[in-house]
Design a protein around this ligand. Structure first.
Ligand code: 2IT
Length: 445
């Protein structure tokens, strides 16, 4: 496999799609050896077929605000790879959304979903619509207009979207309502639904809980645990909330959260009602964390900075892509960080990851660490198919088991000669092999 040629060709075809090219390069670098060991993948054009999405739907979304003004946003669904199951992946509503970001997320989703052990292909979608500061009625009208296009290409056995940044239970409700009206049936076409109408228990907690379960397994490889550890996290949304909840349960101390405005440092630890407060912050629909310091006077707000300058044992980015760069990595390493677990998708820049690897810091990549969210989405699909609901403990136990198995397979393919576990390589190779074998078995399609 000629990595440079593949990347040059891809760049010529898709100039400027920085995040997508970054995500593809990272995967190809770690699977190079395994591709070279399996010439039949080359003959079947597996890599050439894997790096391009099966198809992309791109559409405009006109909607009317509360003042009667018309707005036009862009909407997309990237159906990336369906080798092992229906396309599956979230919808992101954020002003930064463009095709490059959705293609990177869709590409990552292929391998993440393969790692969950459940039959799900990779996809992603979303819009450059910004739900922050919008009324519920505006969000409803936008979701309805978005679904008027999306419904044609999704279905419980075809493509099953869910939430991501900017899309939570409220948005899924509006999207589901419109789909049901258009399709005239109740099906498990979306996950992250309300628990009264087909949603799975533990889905809101799943990404965060799963991330902590995975990191717990990483710590165990050093005969260590979360007990008494200081953890810095970024973000303040659904993922950060789930992580904080579980970390407290396991005896760790969470000292930071962050937003686009800066970060909060709470030396006493973010626990109990402070974790509940994250839900309030999010519901306030403002996208800032500064109010936390007014609510809890022991905490300080640091404007315009990342939380990675704070000394910690474990760092868990929970916000968005490339939120931890080389300088942040150097700060963490100088401060003696032991484990970095990416709960956001591609939270660390390639330079940051390289620094962690060089310094033998245990580093968990997003597609392994955050796979718990989509794993419980997969369990929601199963429950919908069977038309039953599992109790919370059953879903949580299955989630825990899945995260352990993702860790196990990452160790299997990622352990280096000196014993250091390269989780990036391990997760990429394990996810790739499953998808590549499925593609090979199914012929050139
Ligand atoms: O990045 C992700 O894995 C998600 N946003 C969840 C996707 C899903 O289908 O539950």
């Amino acid at each position: 496999m000629d990595l440079n040629k593949i990347m040059n060709d891809l760049e010529a075809r898709h100039p400027g799609e920085a995040e997508y090219l970054q995500a593809v390069r990272e995967v190809l670098e770690s699977i190079e050896e395994v591709v070279n060991d399996n010439p039949h993948f080359e003959t079947a054009g597996i890599i050439d077929r894997l790096v391009e999405p099966d198809r992309i739907l791109s559409f405009k979304v006109p909607w009317v605000d509360d003042e009667g003004k018309v707005h036009v946003n862009l909407g997309y669904r990237v159906q990336f790879n369906g080798a092992i199951g229906p396309y599956k992946g979230g919808l992101r509503f954020h002003p930064s959304v463009n095709l490059s970001i959705l293609k990177f997320l869709g590409f990552e989703q292929i391998f993440k979903n393969a790692l969950t052990t459940l039959p799900m292909g990779g996809g992603k979608g979303g819009s450059d619509f910004n739900p922050k500061g919008k009324s519920d009625n505006e969000i409803m009208r936008f979701c309805q207009a978005f679904m008027l296009e999306l419904w044609k290409i999704i279905g419980p056995e075809t493509d099953v979207p869910a939430g991501d940044i900017g899309v939570g239970g409220k948005e899924i409700g509006f999207l589901y309502g419109m789909y049901k009206k258009l399709q005239h049936e109740h099906t498990g076409v979306l996950t992250g639904k309300g628990t009264d109408w087909g949603g799975s228990l533990i889905r809101p907690e799943a990404t965060g809980f799963g991330g902590v379960y995975f990191t717990q397994e990483m710590l165990k490889t050093n005969n260590d645990s979360f007990e008494g550890k200081t953890v810095t996290i970024s973000g303040f949304g659904n993922v950060a909330w789930g992580v904080a909840l579980k970390l407290n349960e396991l005896g760790a101390k969470v000292v930071t959260i962050s937003g686009p405005d800066g970060y909060i440092y709470d030396s006493e630890g973010i626990s109990g009602e402070k974790v509940d407060y994250l839900l309030e912050l999010r519901a306030s629909n403002q996208d800032i964390v500064a109010p936390y310091a007014d609510e809890f006077p022991g905490a300080v707000f640091v404007a315009g900075k990342h939380p990675w300058e704070v000394k910690c044992d474990i760092a868990m980015p929970c916000a968005t892509q490339n939120e931890l760069n080389a300088e942040d990595a150097a700060n963490l390493i100088n401060n003696g960080v032991q484990v970095v677990a990416e709960v956001s998708n591609m939270g660390c820049t390639p330079e940051a990851v390289e620094a962690f690897h060089k310094n033998k810091i245990l580093f968990g990549p997003g597609k392994a660490v955050n796979a718990g969210g989509v794993a419980v989405s997969g369990l929601e699909m199963t429950q919908n198919s069977m038309k039953i609901n599992w109790i919370a403990d059953e879903v949580d136990a299955k989630l825990h088991q899945i995260m352990k198995s993702i860790h196990e397979v990452s160790v299997k393919y990622g352990t280096e000669e000196d014993g250091y576990i390269n989780y990036v390589k391990g997760a990429n190779v394990a996810g790739f092999l499953k998808v590549a074998n499925a593609m090979y078995d199914q012929g050139i399609i």
